[in-house]
Design a protein around this ligand. Sequence first.
Ligand code: ZN
Length: 128
Amino acid sequence: MALTPSSVAQNTLVDAQNSIRVFEHWFGKVPYGRIAITQQPQFNFGQSWPSLVYLPVSAFLDSTQRWLLMGTSAFNFANFVDELTPHEVAHQWWGHAVGWASYHDQWLSEGFADYSAALFLSIHRAAG
Ligand SMILES: [Zn+2]
């Protein structure tokens, strides 16, 4: 596969679509009917809004491009990038469709989003 920006973006979108498939199987239909995935200029965080997911520019780079930018730090960063897309997609369910009664319960949103990302990655990696 060519390492063009559009081909790398395609990989990110496939991960987002597969996350949605896994989460719809386990948690029910997409809460808002659709999810738009877009890029933001920040490098190290994403954000999820109802029906909209911001992914950092780093999510649209492949491991070679990240290595060229970051050197050996890219290896530690790889887990963040792998988890990021399913984590932010999972917030459509955890944090938006299912909220919290007070800030004491807010950790549940992050906890279930992390759990959902791990669920996705376990299936994704098992599929090879
Ligand atoms: Zn989160």
